[in-house]
Write a protein that binds this ligand. Structure first.
Ligand SMILES: [Zn+2]
Ligand SMILES: [Zn+2]
Length: 150
């Protein structure tokens, strides 16, 4: 929470609830998921407040926007350099803290000064490999495809 106090964001109770939810959160939530979580405590919270707060935090470098999920933006409060494991079935994103030494040859840099990199590993998470995410054993739910919209 300390890092958020130093970025010049006016901390309204609603914004604090958003920051509180993001603090230490490793689930890489979407704006929709953040809204669902915090609007339980703040019924007057609007999606625009969540979205605008995320945009402000992103602009100040306090959260990172992930683009690996084509269906929705996901946000990562962990701004330290790290990589990601992405489940192609349930879209779960897990952190990879291995420090890869990746060197882009000068001839391939197109004149860029390289300041970082981000690797996305795609695969199927343990829950999905077992047959579905969050399957509790009772077999009532159909796992997997609920995020599909066409
Ligand atoms: Zn999965
Ligand atoms: Zn992450």
């Amino acid at each position: 929470m300390e890092k958020y106090k130093n970025i010049g964001l006016k901390l309204t109770p609603q914004r604090l609830a958003i920051l509180d939810f993001l603090e230490g959160n490793t689930s890489h939530p979407s704006a929709e998921e953040i809204f669902t979580a915090v609007s339980g405590r703040f019924p007057t919270m609007s999606f625009a407040t969540v979205y605008n707060t995320l945009e402000t935090l992103k602009g100040k470098g306090a959260v990172v926007e992930l683009t690996g999920d084509p269906q929705k933006k996901r946000f990562d409060p962990n701004t330290a350099p790290h990589h990601h494991l992405i489940c192609t079935r349930c879209r779960r994103i897990a952190d990879v803290q291995v420090d890869y030494k990746i060197d882009l040859p000068r001839s391939s840099r197109m004149g860029f000064e390289i300041t970082g990199n981000h690797i996305e590993f795609f695969g199927v998470c343990p829950a999905c490999r077992k047959g579905g995410p969050e399957k509790t054993g009772s077999g009532a739910q159909t796992p997997g495809e609920e995020n599909h919209e066409d």
